[in-house]
Design a protein around this ligand. Structure first.
Ligand SMILES: C[S@@+](CC[C@H](N)C(=O)[O-])C[C@H]1O[C@@H](n2cnc3c(N)ncnc32)[C@H](O)[C@@H]1O
Length: 268
């Protein structure tokens, strides 16, 4: 996660399923699923803070060269990316399903003196999509067992105005954090499990690992990111070093997509 205190990059190493549920995304104490808001609120409440204040490195690398305008951060979590964007001149709408995460995010932004450049919206992407269009739409590690990645990222692409930029970063399925149950489940399926994770033998978790994460190629194909509507600047897998919850180092892979929605010929 951008605000992850145990990773120099993303806080996406934890999901509600990992925090509170078995690998199939069901409650350990029962099979009635809660709403995404409840699930993610529980995850955030389970830690006094996830925040490190560091923005995601791929966001910084990809956005640094863009002229600031309006930005939408989908699944903003505790808001380190949104705050970094505001600090760099963007007017930001930051959306998350978790009110707990958003309260923390707003407090950090107010403390930093950038509250005026940020709007925080508690919305569930299962049932909501923005009407406005933005110069930049960023979705960083918007992984959720409760919501197919195809849906949330189609919403992201749909919110980019002509001439604007779509930036999606997620865990590449071949470079998941080894300390996450999803990665352990994948390894288990491939007979590489070291037994380090309690979920490693859970075939449901392996199925979720396959369904939650995407390659850059899958993103491009699923979202229809191609001419004449889009120009692709980056669609690649990038390795980066990260630190796990117990201080362990690992090389992770990020799936990175940056694309520009081309202006229609008759658009001024
Ligand atoms: C793995 S975290 C990533 C947070 C942040 N982008 C980062 O990189 O640190 C995924 C975020 O997506 C949010 N999320 C999950 N399902 C959602 C939904 N249905 N609607 C809106 N946000 C959702 C979660 O609350 C969580 O903050």
């Amino acid at each position: 996660m951008a605000g992850n205190q145990h990773s120099p990059a993303s806080n996406s190493e934890t999901s509600p399923s990992e925090a509170k549920h078995d690998g199939a995304g069901h409650h350990s104490a029962g099979n009635e699923p809660d709403s995404a808001a409840q699930l993610w609120d529980e995850m955030y409440r389970s830690r006094p803070r996830v925040w490190s204040g560091r923005p995601n490195p791929q966001l910084v690398a990809e956005v640094a060269g863009l002229a600031p305008g309006t930005a939408l951060d989908l699944g903003c979590g505790e808001g380190a990316d949104a705050l970094w964007l505001a600090e760099h001149g963007w007017t930001v709408t930051a959306v998350d399903v978790s009110a707990v995460a958003l309260e923390r995010a707003a407090a950090h932004a107010a403390e930093a003196g950038y509250g005026h450049r940020l709007t925080w919206l508690q919305r569930d992407l299962e049932s909501w999509a923005p009407e406005e269009r933005f110069d930049l739409v960023s979705a960083q590690f918007l992984h959720s067992t409760e919501m197919p990645w195809q849906r949330s990222h189609r919403i992201a692409a749909g919110a980019v105005r002509p001439g604007g930029t779509l930036l999606v970063v997620g865990h590449h399925p071949d470079g998941l954090p080894p300390w996450s149950s999803q990665a352990a489940a994948s390894h288990s399926r491939a007979d590489h499990a070291d037994g380090a994770d309690g979920d490693a033998s859970d075939g449901h978790a392996a199925a979720h690992a396959a369904g939650r994460f995407f390659t850059p190629e899958q993103l491009v194909a699923e979202l229809g990111i191609a001419p004449p509507e889009w120009s692709v600047q980056v669609a690649e897998s990038r390795e980066r070093e990260a630190t796990g919850p117990d201080g362990q180092m690992a090389i992770l892979a990020d799936a990175v997509l940056r694309a520009t929605r081309l202006k229609a010929a008759d658009t001024p």
